[in-house]
Ligand binder design. Structure first.
Ligand code: TXA
Ligand code: MG
Length: 363
């Protein structure tokens, strides 16, 4: 399949691009588009057959439901049997924006979107290109992140093409995504609203509006709880190299571990703050990605993980961050990327939280 490509920053041609992309959506095809979080892989959200093509292009398990994207607050009404006070308060406070609300679904929502659940996830993105595209389509747009299942989400059009060229009908290029991690998902259907996936709208921001929000126990380390968002149970974001996430006190080990790995002749990828980078040894074999703030790390994390697949280090060491603010979403994504190889310090010794052996390069 030929994948059409439209550059949206050239404003003059944008109208034409939206019209062509919307025509493809109306024909039941899949078109990728930018949002403020990550790129989405869009299809007509009310057309089950079109939605099936998203699953095929991504290689996504069909028990994993999709988010419906809208471009007007009132467009959620036909998709749900009703919004409670919590859902209304959140929509009012954070839409348009990086927040997805799980609500009870109406009969209009196809099975293919909700994967058999009685609920549907809905988001009103803030990105102007996303809004103009959805409006041109005239229907809710079902869209997961535009990566192949298991890969880091794409935050620019080139990364979408890397995974989707030839598999989808088109891509709208709106430049880099400002936020860079996926939307926060909140289940509003129970008495206590619950964060199913941390993201751009933080726990602190949600608490300020609602007074109380729970975090899905399935997101914590406790193996007795399964995540309530079906997609959160899958391995995700994983770079090809083995990655270790150094947490809390264990972040102090970063310079020594980097030196040890380099001394063994390994190419070492390091993802860390500017402060931590100053203490690292210099080497041609050091592939260093430095960030200056949580916002910057969020915006670049998926790009940097994909970049490690291009530069091919033997091992990646990442510095953890505090879980305040955006940190909760960042640690969630980095833990998954590391396949839960989390390094913690205990009584002056280091160990992996999952009980596995420390890597051989440390011997
Ligand atoms: O920022 C985002 O949310 C991006 C952009 C494109 O909007 N989209 C995105 O979609 O991240 P996706 O499909 O990669 O992740 C959606 C997550 C999955 O973990 C899925 O299981 C969960 O939302 N989900 C969808 N519908 C749900 C529902 N009814 N109940 C619980 N979880 C749901
Ligand atoms: Mg995804």
């Amino acid at each position: 399949m030929q994948t059409c490509y439209w550059q949206l920053q050239e404003h003059k041609e944008a109208e034409q691009a939206y019209a062509e992309a919307a025509a493809l959506i109306q024909q039941g095809e899949v078109v990728a588009f930018p949002t403020e979080t990550v790129y989405g892989l869009g299809a007509d959200g009310l057309n089950g057959e079109a939605v099936t093509k998203i699953f095929l292009a991504k290689g996504r398990p069909n028990d994993n439901p999709l988010i419906l994207h809208i471009a007007d607050l009132k467009d959620i009404e036909p998709l749900t049997t009703g919004l409670n006070a919590n859902a209304r308060a959140l929509a009012k406070a954070f839409w348009p924006g990086p927040l997805t609300l799980v609500v009870n679904k109406s009969a209009l929502v196809p099975q293919e979107v909700s994967a058999g659940l009685p609920t549907v996830a809905v988001r009103f993105p803030a990105n102007r290109y996303a809004q103009d595209f959805i409006k041109a389509c005239g229907c809710p747009i079902a869209a997961p992140s535009a990566n192949l299942s298991g890969r880091p989400s794409p935050t620019n059009a080139q990364d979408v093409l890397e995974d989707m060229q030839g598999k989808i009908a088109g891509i709208l290029d709106g430049g880099s995504c400002a936020i860079g991690v996926e939307s926060t998902i909140v289940d509003t259907t129970e008495a206590v609203p619950t964060i199913l996936r941390p993201g751009g709208i933080t726990y602190e921001m949600l608490t300020e509006v609602l007074g109380f929000v729970e975090i899905d126990k399935g997101l914590l380390d406790d193996k007795n709880f399964k995540p309530k968002a079906p997609g959160m149970k899958y391995r995700h974001y994983a770079p090809k190299a083995s990655m270790y996430l150094l947490e809390d006190e264990a972040t102090k080990a970063l310079p020594a571990w980097t030196a040890k790995a380099l001394a063994q002749g390994l190419r070492v990828g390091v993802l860390c703050s500017e402060t931590a980078a100053k203490a690292l040894p210099r080497s041609q074999n050091l592939l260093l990605s430095v960030w200056h703030s949580k916002e910057e790390l969020a915006a670049e994390l998926f790009y940097l993980l994909r970049d490690f697949d291009r530069t091919c280090p033997a091992v990646i060491l990442a510095e953890g961050v505090s879980e305040e603010g955006l940190g909760l979403a960042l640690m969630n994504r980095m833990r998954k990327a590391a396949g839960y190889q989390e390094v913690v310090a205990e009584n002056g010794c280091y160990r992996l939280k999952n009980g596995a052996q420390l890597p051989a390069f440390l011997d």
